[in-house]
Design a protein around this ligand. Structure first.
Ligand code: ZN
Length: 274
């Protein structure tokens, strides 16, 4: 599932293609992909609107349009965005297409249909609860060590569950939580409020380091993730624990353990991670 680095990569790619362009048409093949508004309203509202900025917020791609509205896309588990010539053959599971004023189209395909698209002003999307409240951006200056201190100290949940909670830190998912915990030497099964100050500092640094490196590598492709040009990321070559349960720890050689924590398959080294 695309997490912060993958969504950031697609967002940057998209920014170069969409900013300054105007939508001239819209087709909806699968109305279920639209969280808000319905298909008819969407098709009526998008054409004529220009894109002013494209930003990432958590795992959401936010295209701000002229007038107060935003086109917001979540890639779900298997969603892909593409920009291509309008004449290019449409791939299977293409749920949405939007024509641009340069003759190309923005297309969204999603085999497993966990992705979602919405269009509206930020206040309406939040009021309707189609856009959830999101926590701090972990690569921003706002994510000071004290923010992580507060988030960890106030909960008895596991470190894994606390880091997956999008209302605390926005954008982390299964891959980068496991990778950050390994880098910090902390077992994801620990109670968050039992971490020491030193451990919280290590975790804060590890989260930023792992995410920054993965963004530089244009994300991790272990299954369906592709960028705007259908290319794979390369961070899968750097993974230390994710997807490596039963294999040796690359740091100490111990066999990596696999356990379900917070409902997610979790891999850690019982020797390096305390
Ligand atoms: Zn180890």
């Amino acid at each position: 599932m695309p997490e912060l680095p993958e969504v950031e990569t697609v967002t940057r790619d998209l920014r170069g293609e969409l900013v300054g362009r105007r939508f001239i048409s819209a087709w909806v093949n699968e109305p279920g992909v639209l969280r808000f508004p319905g298909a008819d309203a969407f098709i009526g509202a998008l054409p004529g609107r220009s894109v002013t900025t494209v930003e990432r917020r958590g795992k959401y791609i936010v295209c701000r349009l002229d007038g107060d509205e935003e086109l917001v896309i979540h890639l779900g588990m298997t969603g892909h965005l593409r920009v291509m010539g309008g004449g290019v053959e449409v791939v299977k599971h293409t749920h949405l297409r939007a024509g641009l004023d340069d003759g190309r189209e923005l297309r969204f395909d999603d085999a497993r249909r966990f992705g979602r698209v919405m269009l509206g002003s930020r206040s309406v999307l939040e009021e309707r609860r189609v856009l959830p409240a999101l926590g701090v951006e972990p690569l921003s200056d706002d994510f000071a060590p004290e923010i992580l201190d507060r988030l960890m100290r106030r909960t008895t949940r596991t470190v894994k569950a606390a880091l997956l909670d999008q209302s605390g830190i926005a954008g982390l998912g299964n891959i980068y939580v496991d990778e950050a915990c390994h880098l910090a030497g902390i077992r994801p099964t620990r109670r968050a409020n039992r971490l020491t100050r030193r451990e919280r500092l290590a975790l804060h640094a590890a989260i930023r380091s792992v995410l920054a490196k993965a963004v530089a590598n244009r994300g991790t492709t272990v299954d369906d993730y592709r960028d705007l040009w259908d290319a794979r990321g390369s961070h899968q070559e750097e993974l230390q624990v994710y997807g490596r349960g039963g294999e040796p720890c690359l740091r100490c050689g111990a066999v990596l353990r696999r356990r379900v924590v917070a409902g997610r398959t979790t891999v850690y080294c019982a020797s390096c991670q305390r």
